[in-house]
Design a protein around this ligand. Structure first.
Ligand code: MRU
Length: 340
């Protein structure tokens, strides 16, 4: 699958994911404000991709302000960072990325033009690190998959949700590269349908067998023995739980009830082990995403209210293992490994 986001000639080229699976079109962004809008409106989405997009957005701001005095430059870039920081509240990669690139900008002894070059370089390094981490997640996760396995996944934690290769879909890609026969069942993932529109698109693009189901079917398919393993992504991993797309918690409960291994795949940039789950803000998005299918067909009687939580909380007790770029960890081991 082609990269979902790239830095080319001081601009950002990204796949417009709102047009998929109907059209594979690219957005070219050179203004940090447009990057903030693309993150908020979900032209680009998925925690690792949001992180890299945010870092590239800050780099664009450094280009815009590099002819100012250093004091003005730092103030303006800080304002740009706050604009990007306020786009979406749950994915920890967003905050990890802007904190990291601000550290580089703030610590640089140079003048604005040189600092801008450093920021651009840092954003590009973060993009490459994301691909490397996903490949490692693929390697560690592929060892969990047996020839013939059917893997269920929820939302899109694939190449489109990262710079490239994906997190939850990485073990599947790697296992197939190793010659194993693996097929995927993708929850459609209401209300934004990332499973039906994005996961199915990229797996079909890579000629990986995939079937799409309604979210409410996953429990039955598990009970009927049609699912061997579950692998999902994560938006934030706290010291007691995993935050991922709404519906993940229900999939985890069904997996537990049917003794099906439930894995979470995520790079360490998604770890937020200094906090516990009750401290985390869960994004509530426009209720029109629920009342309308893809913003078009209204499926709710006029005047009836909707609620639209974008993520839910899966407690560690329902998780078999967490796959990072360093290996596969049962939750307790993950804390030992990464919690300082
Ligand atoms: O609202 P989205 O599409 O950004 O939600 C994405 C998810 O929940 C993914 O599973 C998660 O970000 C992991 S992406 C590798």
């Amino acid at each position: 699958m082609i990269p979902s986001i790239e830095w080319i000639d001081n601009k950002v080229k990204m796949i417009d994911q709102l047009l998929l699976p109907y059209e594979l079109k690219f957005l070219e962004i050179s203004d940090y404000r447009k990057m903030a809008t693309a993150i908020k409106d979900m032209n680009i989405r998925g925690a690792p991709a949001i992180g890299v997009a945010a870092a590239m957005g800050v780099a664009l701001a450094t280009i815009e302000y590099k002819n100012l005095t250093k004091k003005e430059f730092l103030k303006k870039v800080k304002d740009a960072i706050n604009t990007i920081r306020n786009t979406r509240p749950t994915a920890s990669n967003l905050f990890w990325a802007i904190d990291r690139i601000w550290k580089v900008i703030e610590a640089a002894p140079d003048e604005p033009p040189e600092i801008s070059e450093l920021a651009i370089e840092e954003a590009k390094i973060m993009a490459q690190e994301d691909i490397n981490a996903n490949k490692s997640i693929g390697k560690h996760g592929a060892a969990l998959l047996k020839n013939g396995d059917v893997v269920l996944t929820h939302c899109n934690a694939g190449s489109l949700a990262t710079v490239q290769y994906g997190t939850a879909l990485a073990p599947i890609r790697t296992a197939i590269e190793q010659g194993k026969k693996i097929s995927v069942i993708a929850d459609e993932t209401r209300p934004k349908l990332q499973g039906a529109t994005l996961t199915a698109f990229e797996l079909q693009y890579d000629k990986i067998p995939v079937k799409v189901i309604s979210d409410t079917s996953s429990g039955l398919l598990m009970k009927l023995g049609k699912v061997n393993k579950v692998i999902v992504g994560a938006d934030r991993i706290t010291s007691d739980a995993v935050f991922n797309k709404i519906g993940t918690y229900l999939v985890a409960l069904a997996a537990k009830d049917n003794n099906i291994p439930f894995y979470v795949a995520a790079p360490t940039s998604t770890l937020s082990l200094h906090e516990t789950s009750e401290k985390v803000k869960i994004e509530e998005r426009d209720t029109k995403e629920v009342s309308h299918i893809l913003g078009k067909l209204c499926i709710v009687p006029e005047g009836v209210e909707c609620l639209n939580y974008a993520f839910d909380i899966t407690p560690f007790r329902l998780i078999t293992g967490i796959i990072t770029e360093d290996g596969v960890f049962v939750p307790k081991e993950l804390l030992k490994k990464y919690k300082s």
